[in-house]
Design a protein around this ligand. Sequence first.
Ligand code: ZN
Length: 202
Amino acid sequence: MPADIPDTSSTSNTPDSPEHCEHHAPIKHCKNCGAAVVYRIPDDGDAKQRAICPSCQTVHYDNPLIVVGTLPVWGEQVLLCKRNIEPRRGRWTLPAGFMELSETVMQGAARETVEESGAQFEMGNFFSMVNVAKVGQVHLFYLAQLQSDRFEPGLETLEARLFAEDEIPWDEMAFRTVAQTLKCFFADRRAGQFVTHIIDID
Ligand SMILES: [Zn+2]
């Protein structure tokens, strides 16, 4: 596996926290009985403070979220979506979103691609796993082969369009996870071989 591509896009106007950090706001109330929780280390050998319900004793664990998406390809071009929702409304991203319960990573990536772009495509190989430990997220991208250059973006997307490498709006990308994944894709294409990438973002 090649070394990760250095992040040359991390200028001051490139956002560094990916998505929906509000999902990791502290837990305030018990999901079981609604009582106000307290934060303390549980009595079971755990090393971290957890939100514990003083009424029913339920221990709430706040674990990382998984974001799933695709990098859709049409000839020399890739598909990007302009976000119509916060955070980063008006900026460009690959079609991606939070994985739902009862779906596989690939199913979630395909679902998000349909929802955000209305594209027709075939799923390809798994491409990148991006750890964003600071905000408790893992982003997973598959390659996808577009079968048409007609898109019907949903309400979350202002515009879905194809970009050649030299047209990519690097300064208007919504997330570094997406920019890093795209950089790996174009580097692999120049090298003539697509491999799987594991990327850590600070
Ligand atoms: Zn409770």
